[in-house]
Design a protein around this ligand. Structure first.
Ligand code: FAD
Ligand code: SF4
Length: 473
């Protein structure tokens, strides 16, 4: 197979044009055709030191050159099998991973080796190739799962987010019997109620759930552990329990946050993503952001609120106290919402929400910031600029900051050690301080990425298997 060294011609995934994008909640990134995928795969140099580059930078440690070589040779099923050795959900991660900060950020083509300078955007499109492979298997309806003989051991998983789903998948393949308890009516966690359908079509998640069901995993929806059933009862009735309950409690927090028209991001996203408020009155859930909304925050959640507000036809302002470079959201998504008309106010710190005499939001008082020395997170600390107060007029405010662990599942459980942030303490094997109870994902790390939650679930599954069988994998 000839390898072409090309720096300038990364194949761009087709996107719906911005005007069309804002008129629909359907996915706007349209994926590769077969010919584009083959062409892009041939851009890979299959570096000998890939384990120190893209593989190392992928939290799941996928054999990236290995799966791309399979695509280049036309073996899409082998490419899929290679990916799922490390990450069971390629269609999802190909869509939502911040690749430029992970795998693609370490691709040698990200650097112009000839002119010895960083040349952003020219890495092999690892994420789009991964999505292509996952979608190929999904759309072809192939069933490639292999399952071991039943072990007779029963495991309960609490929370059907990426951590819980990945844990359930790995354990079911090893022959254990799996029951997943989920508070909401659907599986997927943030992927189902947070990330807008415009970025992640729900049919992708539904297909992954069917894969798990085919492996024998049973889902119990509407079960709030800590209310419908206690964690103690689960520990008594199952051989092991995995807690993957996420960090889905939103927080507000400046003067004026009780005014009418103030929302948490999770409320807005759940109303639209899960309860279809965009279809009101055909759906039973309304949403009213007025004519103009101000979104406070600069991560994934803020961008997703902007995607949602723009599609609801609302003038959308995003207020972030830092800069794009220090934001955890994907670079390309900032570009996308700007193209769609979002007005982004960098280095802008809201200090108070202003209301009228009827208690309704009318604006946000802000100050400008500048960057100072690095803080404890290693990012430059934003410092207020004197006399920079200004008002951004709006009818609603959405807080997209400060996700917190929701402790309903485990509050009051004697002997369970928590961190000072209220997340669950685990050791390197994802064991909590209670025998037989494991945890992973956002409830452990306080809020990270989908792929990191998947990795936690997978590693915890390995550890649970060892605990149940005394056999190391
Ligand atoms: P979750 O996804 O939060 O799932 C936890 C599940 O547990 C939920 O379904 C919840 O209903 C259930 N649960 C909670 N309590 C109980 C209980 N008591 N009983 C039963 N069930 C319970 N990461 C990316 O990599 N890319 C992105 O583009 C991205 N976008 C994001 C957008 C938003 C709006 C948010 C909030 C986060 C985003 N993230 C993104 C981060 C990522 O989604 C999370 O890190 C990841 O979903 C964490 O997975 P999890 O399984 O730990 O928890
Ligand atoms: Fe890149 Fe995410 Fe795929 Fe890893 S899982 S190769 S980080 S897209």
């Amino acid at each position: 197979m000839p390898t072409r060294i090309r720096y300038e011609d990364r194949n761009q995934e087709a996107l719906l044009p911005p005007k069309q994008r804002v008129s629909t909640f359907r996915e706007y990134a349209l994926g590769y055709s077969v010919s584009l995928a083959l062409d892009e795969a041939q851009r890979c140099l299959f570096c000998k030191d890939a384990d120190q580059r893209c593989i190392k930078a992928c939290p799941a440690g996928i054999d990236i050159p290995g799966f791309i070589k399979e695509i280049a040779q036309g073996n899409l099923v082998n490419a899929y099998k290679k990916i799922i050795e490390s990450n069971p959900f390629p269609s999802i991660c190909g869509r939502v991973c911040p690749q430029e900060k992970q795998c693609e950020g370490s691709c040698i083509l990200h650097y112009d080796v000839v002119r010895n300078r960083k040349n952003k955007g020219l890495a092999v499109a690892i994420g789009t190739l991964e999505k292509f492979v996952g979608d190929f298997v999904r759309i072809s309806g192939l069933d490639l799962e292999e399952k071991k003989e039943p072990t007779g051991k029963r495991v309960a998983v609490v929370g059907a987010g990426p951590a819980g789903l990945s844990c359930a998948y790995e354990l079911a393949k090893l022959g254990h019997s799996l029951d997943v308890f989920e508070a909401l009516p659907k599986a997927g966690g943030v992927m189902a109620y947070g990330i807008p359908t415009a970025r992640l079509d729900r049919s992708v998640i539904e297909w992954e759930i069917k894969r798990l069901e085919k492996l024998g995993v049973r889902f119990f929806f509407g079960w709030v552990v800590g209310r419908t059933i206690s964690l103690r009862e689960l520990l008594e009735n199952y051989d092991a329990v995995f807690l993957g309950v996420g960090a889905g409690r939103g927080s507000l927090g400046i003067k004026g946050d009780t005014l009418k028209g103030v929302y948490s991001a999770i409320e807005v996203l759940t109303r639209v993503g899960l309860l279809k408020a965009n279809q009101f009155p055909q759906s039973s859930t309304p949403i009213d952001l007025g004519k103009r909304t101000a979104i406070i925050g600069g991560g994934f959640t803020a961008v997703d609120c902007a995607i949602t507000a723009l599609r609801l036809g609302v003038e959308t302002h995003v207020l972030y106290r830092r800069t794009r470079e220090t934001s955890s959201a994907r670079d390309e998504e900032w570009d996308h919402i700007a193209e769609e008309g979002a007005i982004i106010h960098w280095l802008t710190q809201p200090v108070e929400i202003l209301g009228d005499s009827k208690g309704r939001v009318v604006g946000v008082k802000c100050i400008k910031m500048e960057l100072g020395e690095p803080d404890e997170s290693g990012r430059p600390k934003p410092i207020p600029v004197p006399n920079s107060e200004h008002i951004i007029e709006c009818d609603s405010v959405i807080f997209a900051i400060g996700q917190k662990a929701n402790p309903i599942a485990y509050e009051g459980i004697e002997g369970l050690e928590l961190t000072r942030w209220g997340t669950i303490k685990v050791d390197e094997k994802f064991r909590t301080s209670i025998k037989g109870l494991f945890a992973g994902g956002d409830v452990v790390n306080g809020g990270d990425t989908v792929v990191r939650a998947i990795v936690h679930g997978k590693k915890a599954a390995k550890s649970i298997h060892e605990y149940l069988t005394e056999v190391s994998l």
